[in-house]
Design a protein around this ligand. Structure first.
Ligand SMILES: Nc1nc2c(c(=O)[nH]1)N[C@H]1C(S)=C(S)[C@@H](COP(=O)(O)OP(=O)(O)OC[C@H]3O[C@@H](n4cnc5c(=O)[nH]c(N)nc54)[C@H](O)[C@@H]3O)O[C@H]1N2
Ligand SMILES: Nc1nc2c(c(=O)[nH]1)N[C@H]1C(S)=C(S)[C@@H](COP(=O)(O)OP(=O)(O)OC[C@H]3O[C@@H](n4cnc5c(=O)[nH]c(N)nc54)[C@H](O)[C@@H]3O)O[C@H]1N2
Ligand code: SF4
Ligand SMILES: [Mo]
Length: 679
């Protein structure tokens, strides 16, 4: 059937891209998406990606039949034949090597119900090898915040954050990556007088609104944040009453801070000392100061420590537990918060209860009729690294790890080593090329369910149309896989799965589809609550403690220092494209706005290499090489260059470092020494 034959019914759903969670509907007039007033975008405002969200749904490249690998390449097959193949091969691998020889990649691009069903499948099969790409994203942030505050999510809500007198935005570029959050919540406050401090090695759209820009040297946020802490103390800008009531370890922390030399730290971080002091004073003098943190902080070998250093600032100044304050990780995809909430993580069950906790396992067993395994599974990158060895089969739902994991040339070898790969996607991707079975899943507009946005609101998606041809809804696909691989019954109605989730996950307890309606319910969701808890940690931290510790954080140098002739490559995003680009590169509108990558390089670094604006350059690291045009611009700091990972013809992850944060296992995407030469 051609896409034009599919009838589309206008119903509100949620944008498939970023974690802001804007409501979208179908506009017959344009044949595309339109913003509709929702819990986050109260006036129906959306960004260019939201406006292009239907381009993907109706795209002619959509997978419409299961594909099986054969000697002649991929051949179309029936669902029965595809599921038979999966049942047989995974069955053989489990019989021979045990369930831990299988790895499950859940999806931050899929619903709570789909992720819940997939982690349940893994655990009933007998393995905790299930993870989602939150691992590549805010795993370090969550590790630090969970340890100190007892919850890894945004402490506050977009709405109350507008009350802040100062914003400290570090390692994030919300003007491009969380556009509606920036334009509808942050910008109005800034225009009303809130000071914006932006810490980023590049000046970008967010910096345009900033009062202070600290162009930090990539991987050197700890000295910068420690120096800010020292200035707060020096200037008497700490909140004594809060320190007394809500923190521990202040005396030791103060003694350690006495040795932190502000000038030295500013130099190490590569920023102007006066600007750093001005930033600390603006943050410290504000009645309410809110920190926002993103990938520039989290994606380092020291990602967890970076966030620990940021948490110190909030605790020192009493900026926790009140409106307009806190530490706020801006979450990635439309359901990266939810995929983790529902237990698609190797160490925790739904609701972040440890797999090692017998009570938590027993609670789940009551619902599932079978107890999940007690040992934590492998993380996402650990799974790919074990392909062909510890992990022999993998099921990848709505992820493209062959393009998005670091050190891509090694990842390609690992995928080749895998004995059996099932991929559920909308399109053929870098990852599906390694698959033995490709299953055609459903796009956002074709399915119902819930997603949890960046400020912890569970929001409802509603199907507007059917999947094309023989493609199936993702929840049906996961339920079929579950029944085939475990022999257990798996519900395929989103409402039934959500109801089960609310029984199993304490943070979703009490929520319901009816209660969510056209609005949202926010976790934690106390019994009888209307819309849920807005500000976390008000009187006690989420772990039940009244106090959180202040902890000294020493600078951790990046895994590899650049040699004299090298520059530091940091990577990230632009407004009009999304992650591996599997979706946005297929939108004609978005591709017209940006169709290829460019190496942002400082004029001095370009001149030293004989590179002019627009020249093709070869960017090479120990891991690999990529060739792209140069964009010579003073907006990036000297010694640093920047690329995105959105474009298949310049696969930047062939170049990125293989270093991981030892605590959170998040890759160091933001610091790779490279040479840059004319191509
Ligand atoms: N348009 C668009 N929006 C998106 C996405 C997308 O691909 N495109 N992806 C979604 C996802 S999955 C995520 S996780 C979020 C990510 O959203 P962000 O965290 O905003 O994303 P990035 O661009 O990766 O990184 C943010 C900034 O960190 C800076 N940076 C680099 N190195 C350092 C450093 O060492 N220190 C500091 N302080 N800053 C540094 C970069 O220059 C960059 O501007 O966006 C979501 N929204
Ligand atoms: N160099 C570099 N690399 C990075 C990063 C970086 O900053 N720099 N950031 C990292 C981060 S934060 C993240 S989150 C990861 C993202 O890594 P991935 O999640 O691997 O990236 P996506 O491009 O979002 O891949 C999503 C895949 O799911 C498919 N898909 C989308 N929606 C659906 C759906 O509803 N159903 C199904 N079945 N499939 C669907 C898409 O077609 C696509 O193939 O990348 C990481 N990689
Ligand atoms: S801001 Fe995010 S959720 Fe809103 S329309 Fe843009 S990409 Fe979609
Ligand atoms: Mo992400």
């Amino acid at each position: 059937m051609t896409e034009a034959d599919r009838s589309v019914e206008a119903r509100d759903s949620i944008c498939p891209f970023c974690g802001v969670g804007c409501s979208l509907s179908y506009a017959e007039r344009t044949g595309g998406s339109t913003g509709t007033p929702g819990p986050v975008n109260a006036d129906g405002e959306i960004c260019p990606k939201g406006a292009a969200a239907f381009d993907v749904v109706t795209h002619e490249d959509r997978l419409t039949r299961p594909l099986l690998r054969s000697d002649d390449g991929f051949v179309e097959a029936s669902w029965t034949a595809a599921l038979d193949r999966i049942e047989t091969r995974i069955g053989e691998i489990v019989a021979e090597h045990g369930p831990d020889a299988v790895g499950f990649f859940a999806s931050s691009n899929c619903t709570n119900e789909e992720n819940y069903a997939l982690q349940k499948l893994a655990r009933i099969l007998g393995t905790n090898n299930v993870d989602n790409c939150a691992r590549l994203c805010h795993a370090s942030t969550v590790a630090a915040m969970q340890e100190r505050f007892g919850a890894g999510a945004m402490t506050n809500t977009l709405e109350d954050l507008g009350e802040a007198d100062a914003f400290l935005v570090t390692g994030a570029n919300p003007a491009e990556q969380h556009p509606v959050a920036f334009r509808s919540y942050l910008l109005p406050a800034i225009q009303d007088g809130t000071t914006l401090i932006h810490v980023d090695p590049r000046a970008n759209d967010t910096t345009e609104a900033a009062d202070v820009h600290l162009p930090v040297r990539p991987g050197h946020d700890i000295p910068l944040l420690n120096a800010m802490a020292a200035v707060l103390l020096e200037e008497g800008l700490v909140d004594e009453a809060f320190l007394e009531r809500r923190t521990e370890g202040f005396d030791e922390f103060r003694a350690w801070l006495a040795d932190v030399d502000v000038a030295e730290c500013a130099e190490l971080a590569g920023v102007d000392e006066d600007d750093l002091r001005a930033a600390a004073v603006a943050y410290g003098e504000a009645d309410r100061a809110a920190a926002f943190t993103g990938m520039g902080m989290s994606q380092h070998r020291c990602g967890t420590d970076n966030v620990h250093a940021l948490l110190n600032l909030a605790l020192l100044t009493g900026n926790v537990g009140r409106r307009g304050t806190g530490v706020n990780p801006l979450r990635g995809q439309n359901n990266v918060q939810g995929a983790s909430d529902v237990g698609a993580l190797p160490g925790v069950l739904p609701g972040y209860r440890d797999v090692t906790d017998p009570e938590a396992r027993a609670a789940v067993a009551e619902e599932w009729g079978i107890e999940p395994p007690a040992t934590p599974g492998r993380t996402e990158v650990e799974m790919t690294h074990a392909f062909g060895d510890g992990v022999r089969a993998a099921v990848v739902l709505g992820e493209n790890p062959a393009a998005t994991e670091p050190d891509g040339n090694s990842i390609a070898t690992h995928f080749e080593d895998l004995e059996f790969l099932v991929a559920v996607d909308l399109f053929e991707t870098e990852t599906t090329q390694y698959a033995d079975v490709i299953l055609p899943g459903s796009a956002w507009a074709e399915k119902g369910g819930t997603v949890t946005n960046t400020d912890r609101q569970v929001l409802r998606m509603r199907p507007m149309t059917d999947p094309p041809g023989g493609a199936r809804r993702d929840l049906d696909v996961v339920a079929s896989l579950g029944e085939r691989l475990t022999g257990h019954d798996f519900a395929s109605e989103p409402a039934a799965v959500f109801a089960e989730l609310t029984r199993v996950s304490p943070i979703y307890a009490g929520m319901s589809y009816e209660g969510i309606g056209d609005g949202g319910q926010r976790w934690p969701y106390p019994a009888g609550a209307d819309s849920g808890t807005e500000v976390l940690h008000r009187d006690r931290f989420a772990n039940g403690d009244r106090t959180a510790p202040l902890v000294p954080v020493d600078h951790v140098p990046p895994a590899d220092d650049p040699a004299d002739d090298e520059l530091v490559l940091t990577t990230g995003r632009i407004l009009t494209h999304f992650n591996s680009g599997a979706l946005t590169r297929r939108s004609a509108t978005l591709t017209r706005m940006a169709s290829e990558d460019a190496l942002r390089i400082h004029p001095d670094d370009a001149a030293a290499r004989g590179v002019a604006d627009g020249d093709a350059v070869r960017v090479a690291s120990d891991q690999g090489t990529v060739t792209v045009p140069a964009e010579v611009t003073p907006s990036i700091r000297r010694g640093t260059v920047f690329l995105t990972f959105h474009f298949a013809d310049s696969p930047v992850n062939r170049v990125t470092s293989d270093a991981l944060d030892p605590t959170a296992k998040i890759p160091e995407y933001k610091h790779t020494p490279v040479t840059v030469d004319p191509a």
